[in-house]
Design a binder for this molecule. Structure first.
Ligand code: THU
Length: 137
């Protein structure tokens, strides 16, 4: 699947965001190794702490369904769903990517119009705590 197609699915996912507190809508589209795509949006909470990001919504949906191998994720976001710049996943979501993804996992940070920036996981999370190195034999 092309980055462009994955990005369109992330933009569609953004419309599902539940954001009564920040008004900041985020969408993600996660590509599994078998070609399946899982979409996610951010889901906020009145107690703030339980809020979950779009990326983790997508990952947890996929993992629940049995997926463990992932190829790429596209992420976009903006106040009221209006994209004004490249969207960088938060640190917690980067660590969740580290749990399941290898170093060649691609992150497409969506920007204005057709623009996007492509990163690998080590670029976004250098010197990471990697379960494959530190937790498993
Ligand atoms: N958010 C995400 O969905 N993903 C990120 O990587 C960073 C932040 C959400 C959480 C909250 O609902 C809103 O964006 C503003 O922080």
């Amino acid at each position: 699947m092309s980055p462009e197609t994955l990005i369109e699915l992330a933009k569609e996912a953004m419309t599902h965001a539940y954001v009564p507190y920040s008004g900041y809508k985020v969408g993600a589209a996660l590509l599994c190794a078998d070609g399946t795509v899982y979409q996610g949006c951010n889901i906020e909470n009145a107690a703030y702490g339980p809020t979950v990001c779009a990326e983790r919504t997508a990952f947890f949906k996929a993992v629940y369904d049995g997926h463990r191998d992932f190829t790429a994720i596209a992420v976009c976001g903006g106040k009221d769903g209006v994209i004004t710049g490249f969207f960088p996943p938060c640190g917690v979501c980067r660590q969740v990517m580290r749990e399941f993804c290898t170093d060649d996992f691609r992150i497409y940070m969506v920007g204005v119009g057709d623009s996007y920036q492509e990163r690998t996981l080590p670029q976004l999370l250098p010197d990471s705590f990697d379960p494959k190195k530190h937790m498993k034999g």
